[in-house]
Ligand binder design. Structure first.
Ligand code: URA
Length: 422
């Protein structure tokens, strides 16, 4: 077997054989197939696709490069959630302790920010002392004692994906439905969860910009999970508008704690409860009541114990950015649109995300919006607050928000609206 034949097969629109897939994934993980060869193959896959059998084999081959976790010693069912990535998507933070408070165990392996989308681990690392890296024994112990753990995937879990994902990120090959589906599901299947709820985001702030692509991604992932014995369901949820009222690391932790305290923005509460219901049903606990667990403080108790178990101080003040800049509404009317991609890009440019994978993120950086679509806004009143430690970043963030990011109009009076610039 050789890499050039495998690349040529896909380049010319052919179907990879199971043997070719097993060989290329294993050889790439061991370093026999070079990065430039794997990037050529990833580009050929992005352009020519893979059929269902190829995707299934590709996923199985990635799982086989590492270990599989085992939760059978736990006395409750395991269920996990995965979001395909969005702006202001802090749902994992309140959701994992909430579902644990309702009786399931939640082994939540999470990632870092990617481009304009935020990462759960970057958010939690803004809590003083909290650490993302746990070994398998620590993870199991926290899961057993507390019911929820959010941490980084260890190096032994689908190492082929770890390597391939970093390569795709810098070769323009992220946006391939077969590669995204195999990447996400190889990690989730190797993680060993009994059931899985997928939150497939669709809209400007998501990787899937239209409904057809989001449906195809969801169906592909559900098929992969089901074939591997993981009860898998998917929800398609809107990411044309960012979630909640903040995008940024510590800003989103603060908002998540508000939700756990029984408050928080209505859309974050609604999606958290909807996903909790799906997870509990998938885990065989359809009668559990997530709304009650939010109201009676039991979800907050799990959160506090979960944060403390990973070295974090749940009572410590969260970091704030050194500088803020307020953007005011240019006109009076109804906020009609707030573009998720533009807000995510602005937060990223303010320092909430990374330009290179070795960069550190700023804990306090991000964007806060003071109105959501449908709210009335008044000319001159604060509309957005930008947060950063580095004021030279404001210009780039403001540029991201120009030209249609914010739409103010009055649809009731038939006004088509004022479309940026701010
Ligand atoms: N998240 C992943 O884990 N993999 C992808 O390819 C895209 C999003």
């Amino acid at each position: 077997m050789d890499a050039i034949t495998v690349i040529r097969t896909k380049r010319d629109g052919g179907t990879l054989t199971p043997e070719q897939i097993d060989w290329v994934i294993d050889a790439y993980t061991r370093g026999t197939v070079a990065d430039e060869q794997m990037s050529a193959l990833a580009m050929a896959i992005l352009l020519n696709g893979m059929d269902r059998a190829e995707i299934a084999r590709w996923t199985a081959a990635m799982i086989a490069t590492g270990e599989r976790m085992e939760f059978s010693r736990l006395d409750r069912p395991t269920v996990d959630k995965h979001s395909t990535g969005g702006v202001g998507d802090k749902i994992t933070l309140p959701l994992a302790p909430l579902v644990a408070a309702c009786g399931a165990a939640v082994p939540q392996l999470s990632g870092r920010g990617l481009g304009h989308t935020g990462g759960t681990l970057d958010k939690l690392e803004s809590i003083p002392g909290w650490r993302a890296d746990l070994d398998n024994a620590e993870m199991l112990d926290i899961l057993d004692r507390i019911g929820a753990v959010i941490c980084a995937a260890g190096p032994g879990l689908a190492p082929a994906d770890r390597k391939l994902y970093a390569l795709r990120d810098v070769t323009g090959t992220v946006e391939s439905i077969p590669l995204i589906a195999a990447s996400i599901m190889s990690k989730k299947i190797a993680e060993g969860t009994d059931s899985l709820v997928l939150d497939v985001k669709v809209g400007s702030g998501a990787f899937m910009k239209n409904l057809d692509d989001a449906r195809e991604l969801a169906a592909t992932m559900v098929g992969l999970g089901t074939d591997h014995g993981v009860r898998t369901v998917a929800l398609l949820t809107d990411m044309s508008v960012p979630l909640g009222l903040t995008a940024g690391n510590a800003l989103e932790v603060r908002e998540s704690v508000e939700v756990l305290a029984g408050g928080g923005p209505a859309d974050v509460v609604e999606l958290t409860v909807a996903l909790a219901r799906e997870m509990l049903a998938a885990a065989g606990l359809p009668d559990a009541d997530p709304e009650r667990a939010l109201a009676d403080g039991s979800a907050m108790d799990v959160w506090r114990r979960m944060i403390a178990a990973q070295g974090g101080d749940p009572d410590a003040p969260l970091p704030t950015a050194r500088e803020t800049h307020t953007v005011t509404a240019p006109t009076t009317g109804t906020l009609v649109g707030l573009d998720a991609y533009a807000v995510g890009l602005a937060a990223w440019r303010l320092g909430a995300g990374r330009a290179r994978k070795e960069d550190a993120v700023q804990a306090g950086a991000g964007v806060q919006w003071h109105a959501r679509p449908g709210d009335r806004v008044t000319a001159g009143a604060p509309l957005l607050t930008l947060h950063t430690d580095a004021p030279e970043r404001f210009a780039g963030a403001l540029e991201a928000l120009e030209g249609g990011a914010v739409t103010i109009g009055d649809p009731v009076e038939g006004d088509p609206g004022t479309v940026g610039p701010l």
